[in-house]
Each structure stands twice: as C-alpha cells, then as structure tokens.
Design a protein around this ligand. Structure first.
Ligand code: PBG
Length: 331
C-alpha cells in the first residue's frame, strides 16, 4: 500500500482545466440581482448631459430617468439610486430645498412610481447638492453642526418616503441620523421604508467625478474629513456599522469599494447583515480612462472588479457599470 502521495500531492490545476470545470467549482457568482444602478437627475425634458469624467454616464432629465428605470426593470436590475443635479440658484446655507416635497429628486421618484415600474427606488439623504457650502451638513461658524443637520436630514428623509422611495440612503456621516430617520418614518406611517446606511464612508478622493456630476465640486469649501472616515481606520468601521444597526438600519454600506474590500469582508464576517459596497465614480473613471486609452480590456476589468465585491462577501454593489454588466450577465 502506498502511504506517501506522489509528487505533486495535490494538482489544483485539475479543477481549472476547462470552462465547465471552472464554472463547477466557482465559489462566488455575480448576478444581475446584486446590482444597484446610480443615476444623475437634472431639470428639463428629453435631454442628457454627459459627465466628462465618467465616460458613458450622463445626467438625465426626469423622463429619461423613467426610461432608464424601465430599462433596469427589463434587465432585471432590482434597484436604482437617484442623485440630483441641483440648480445653483437653489443652493442655500440652510439647504431648504433638500426637504421640499417637490424638489427634483422627489419628482423623479414620483414619476417612476406613477409609471408603475417594478424597480426599487433608492434616494440619497445628505445635504451636499442643496448646500451653498457643498458640505453634507449645515455649516455654522466654519463648523459642520451635527444635531441641526440630523434634524434637516430627518425632514428630508420623510419627504423622500412620501414621494415613494423604497430605500433611503443616508450618505452624510452625521452621528445619530439613522435613529432620527427611523423615528420620523415610524411616526408618520412609513414603517416599511428601508434604510441602507452609508455606515463606513471614507473621506475619499475617489468621489471627485461624482462631485462634478452633481455640481457640488465648485461649491465645496474645504474637505469632508471631520465627518467622513479616515482611510487608515478599520475598527472604527465596525463600531459605525454596529451603531447604525442598533439605530434601525436594514442594510449597511462600505464606500468606496475596491480600495476598501477588507472593510467589506470584516463587516460581513462580524455582523452577517445585508452589506453593500459602492464602486464609486473615481473607481469607474479610472477603469474607463484606462480602457479608453487601450490600456485595459474594458469588459473584462469591469466584470473582474465586480466579481471582487462578491468574493469579499458583499450582497450587492452600487455601480455605474450596472446596465452594461447586466447585459453581459443576461447573455
Ligand atoms: C454625497 C455623496 C457622495 C457620493 C454619494 N453621495 C460624494 C461625497 O461624499 O462627497 C459619492 C458617489 C461617487 O463618487 O460615485 N453625500
């Protein structure tokens, strides 16, 4: 009887021999139902303005957003996420337009609802598109004031729920906002509206193209380091997620995506709750820029990058690649 295995003891290449075998032993799979498609809304009719730093992405008027939502539905993408390009004349220091029932974002949500499209609508809860200072919070005496901002965010969240949003996405990083939003929703008959908290959102330079897309780059004075996370921290992300879950978040998010997949994995392993990551505008821009230069193979890096999110244990990904990835996944 032979007791010592022949060299090489384990031929791991056997399972990689063919596409069939690779498929058979693949541990994680990307599916269309993992995708959330972020889009930019602007005023007007039947128009779209390309975002220069995001090739293939445009700001859309509400009618075009409705058409895109219909496309998401037919592709099987479960959710879209709306970000408004707010006219500079509506940006104020008090950010009142943020909780206006008839603001651009709320009109877009209503239009999608009225069209009867079966796609979940996620909205952004943060003041930056409405803020003359470009910050996610109200600025007083040079400081981003937490508690006043939380009150504003709660009003904003309620207006979005009333417009018909299914998932609210607080992306502001103020303390206590999840609890305040959950409370105002409960008090006003919106107990079924979900909250996906941007729990671990880092102060990142990868948001640059997004700030161009929503017209916040020009307005922003200073940086967001007093409320968004320090890129050097990991333990703090776990504290934030735990806190947001205690306050009533249904799902949590890590943002940006690719440079923070270690955080995604740590969150998923620790809490075992629906966990998402946002492949942000700068991640999209760098892949697209290299692809446009012929330096990277666009489709392959797109699908490989998205596979990485699944392998890190995530339940879903917000990505500007959503419609193109869905087309490939649908064959
Ligand atoms: C703002 C917000 C940002 C993003 C989503 N919501 C930018 C920021 O915090 O400055 C970034 C998304 C992206 O870069 O794609 N509340």
């Amino acid at each position: 009887m032979r007791t010592i295995a022949p060299f090489p003891a384990t031929r791991l290449r056997r399972n990689r021999r063919s596409q069939a075998l690779r498929g058979l032993v693949r541990e994680t799979h990307l599916s269309v139902t993992d995708l959330i498609w972020p889009m930019f809304v602007m005023e007007g009719e039947n128009a779209e303005h390309p975002v220069p730093s995001m090739p293939g992405v445009s700001r859309l008027t509400i009618d075009k957003v409705v058409a895109a939502a219909r496309r998401a539905e037919s592709l099987g993408i479960p959710a879209i996420c709306l970000f408004p390009y707010v006219d500079p004349s509506l940006k104020t220091e008090a950010c009142e337009n943020a909780w206006d029932r008839g603001n651009l974002s709320n009109r877009a949500t209503r239009a999608i609802r009225e069209a009867g499209i079966e796609v979940a609508v996620m909205t952004d809860v943060a003041l930056d598109p409405y803020n003359a200072n470009g910050h996610d919070g109200i600025v007083k005496g040079g400081e981003i004031v937490n508690d006043e901002t939380v009150e504003a965010l709660a009003k904003m969240a309620l207006a979005q729920a009333e417009a018909g949003a299914d998932i609210l996405g607080p992306s502001d990083m103020m303390d206590g906002r999840i609890g305040a939003i959950r409370a105002i929703l409960e008090e006003n008959g919106h107990a079924n509206v979900s909250i996906m908290s941007y729990s671990a959102k880092y102060a990142s330079a990868f948001y640059g193209p997004f700030r161009d897309a929503v017209g916040a780059a020009g307005a922003l004075k200073g940086d967001k380091k007093t409320y968004q996370m320090d890129p050097g921290n990991a333990d703090e992300a776990l504290r934030l997620v735990e806190r947001d879950l205690m306050e009533g978040a249904d799902m949590v998010m890590v943002k940006p995506g690719m440079p923070y997949l270690d955080i995604a994995r740590a969150v998923k392993d620790r809490f075992r709750v629906p966990t998402f990551a946002y492949q942000v505008s700068g991640e999209y821009a760098m892949l697209m820029a290299a692809a446009q230069n012929g330096w990277l193979a666009e489709e392959q890096v797109m699908m490989e990058s998205l596979a990485g999110f699944k392998r890190a244990g995530l339940d879903g990904i917000l990505t500007y690649f959503a419609p193109r990835a869905a087309e490939i996944l649908n064959g």
